[in-house]
Design a protein around this ligand. Structure first.
Ligand SMILES: Nc1nc2c(c(=O)[nH]1)N[C@H]1C(S)=C(S)[C@@H](COP(=O)(O)O)O[C@H]1N2
Ligand SMILES: [Mo]
Length: 384
């Protein structure tokens, strides 16, 4: 075959044997990086699947409403481990670079299958990291698919390819890590640099959640403390096309239950018992910020309809005519929680238009995407 494709005998440029040589490469280094990367991916996968289950719960899945900040932590960890894997993945690929382009590319069926699984692994890993970064940056132009669905399905492809890879490489890794590494200050330097790069990236983004680090949060597009009322905004009222309906003086919140329907004006809502809850908005993109919200308990509204909140769920609908996040379901645990509010105020002031004026949902331990803004209708229905 090589004879036939004679010109392929001599790969050129970056593909030639010995391109980018380095004596730092070793089985031990690759193994160490592999273990670190597998750990980061594993944690990232678990927290990611959890986030998916919370947002699109199958019938068997129950997510509690306490502790209030649990989702904030799990999603923060998801984004942090994903970001930390960027330098790890880069150096891991560099450490095996000579083998990725070994020549001839295919040496038989077994070899072909092996290389195909490696190709799938590398492609899926790069896809996950890059699409995640693009989502954090709100840059959807390079993604001609719905981010959440693509990121979710490729996660399973990545998991499959990774399990195969771990199965194949486990003996090699075990062997490489059993032998004590030759003390080599350059290699240690390299590992320290990778660790430092991962740490810098983490510190430079985790400030979007951890307030004291906000000042050095250079890589995070949305920091706590910025935006109206000291809270970032993901989608503005103008972008959602709700300015006119939200500011309409004839606004009514339509409350409908099994037996009756109520139409409450803002004054009606303000006349009901008001409660305050200190709760975070925890966006799937990893930013989060705490606000002091006040308004009417959702379970009190369910009570007005004669419904038992513990046996019901609520569907919150926005005034927004279209868009993925215009509705959300509030399941029993959250509906019955005294901290779940139809919030009218933030930090004692009426909600800013961009934060969901005249009324928004805010509930404990819930992803930001489910904290529906510009509430237009709440339907309470019983569940078995
Ligand atoms: N109606 C509606 N509500 C919405 C959204 C939306 O696009 N439309 N975005 C959600 C998302 S993704 C987040 S993170 C929070 C952000 O709330 P904030 O803009 O008040 O900080 O609002 C949520 N509520
Ligand atoms: Mo969000």
């Amino acid at each position: 075959m090589n004879r036939v494709l004679g010109w392929l005998d001599e790969p050129i440029g970056p593909f030639r044997a010995g391109a980018f040589p380095s004596r730092l490469r070793s089985a031990r280094l690759t193994s160490l990086l592999g273990v670190a990367l597998a750990a980061a991916f594993g944690i990232c996968l678990l927290t990611g699947v959890l986030s998916h289950l919370i947002q699109q719960p199958p019938g068997w899945f129950r997510w509690p409403s306490r502790p209030v900040g649990l989702y904030r932590v799990t999603q923060g960890v998801h984004v942090a481990t994903g970001l930390a894997s960027v330098p790890l993945l880069g150096v891991k690929l560099w450490s095996v670079y000579p083998r990725l382009f070994s020549w001839p590319p295919l040496r038989g069926v077994r070899h072909a299958a092996q290389r195909l699984s490696i190709a799938a692994l590398v492609a899926a890993a790069l896809f996950q990291v890059i699409s995640g970064l693009l989502n954090i940056a709100h840059w959807y132009a390079p993604m001609p698919f719905f981010f959440t669905a693509g990121h979710y399905w490729v996660a399973w492809l990545l998991t499959g390819a990774l399990l195969i890879h771990i199965g194949v490489k486990a003996p090699v890794v075990r062997e490489a890590l059993r032998r004590p590494g030759t003390p080599d200050s350059d290699r240690r330097q390299l590992l320290l640099t990778v660790g430092a790069a991962a740490a810098v990236i983490t510190v430079a983004t985790v400030g979007q959640t951890v307030r004291p680090l906000a000042a050095v949060s250079l890589l995070a597009p949305r920091r706590p403390g910025t935006g109206p009322q000291g809270l970032p905004v993901n989608r503005t009222a103008a972008a959602a096309g709700v300015r006119d309906t939200a500011l309409d003086p004839d606004y009514r919140l339509i409350l409908s239950g099994p037996g009756r329907t109520l139409r409450l004006s803002l004054a009606d809502l303000e006349a009901l018992p008001q409660h305050t809850a200190v709760l975070p908005i925890a966006c799937v993109e990893g930013w989060s910020a705490t606000g002091t919200w006040s308004g009417v308990r959702l379970r009190d509204l369910a009570g007005l309809l004669g419904a038992d909140p513990a046996r019901c769920e609520a569907v919150a609908e926005s005034l927004q005519a279209a868009g993925r996040y215009r509705t959300s379901v509030v399941a029993g645990a959250h509906l019955d929680d005294r901290l779940t509010l139809v919030a009218l105020r933030l930090g004692g002031e009426p909600l800013a238009l961009d934060h969901g004026y005249p009324a928004r949902l805010i509930a404990p331990n819930r992803p930001g995407v489910l904290q529906t803004k510009w509430l237009g209708r709440i339907t309470v229905r019983s569940v078995r």
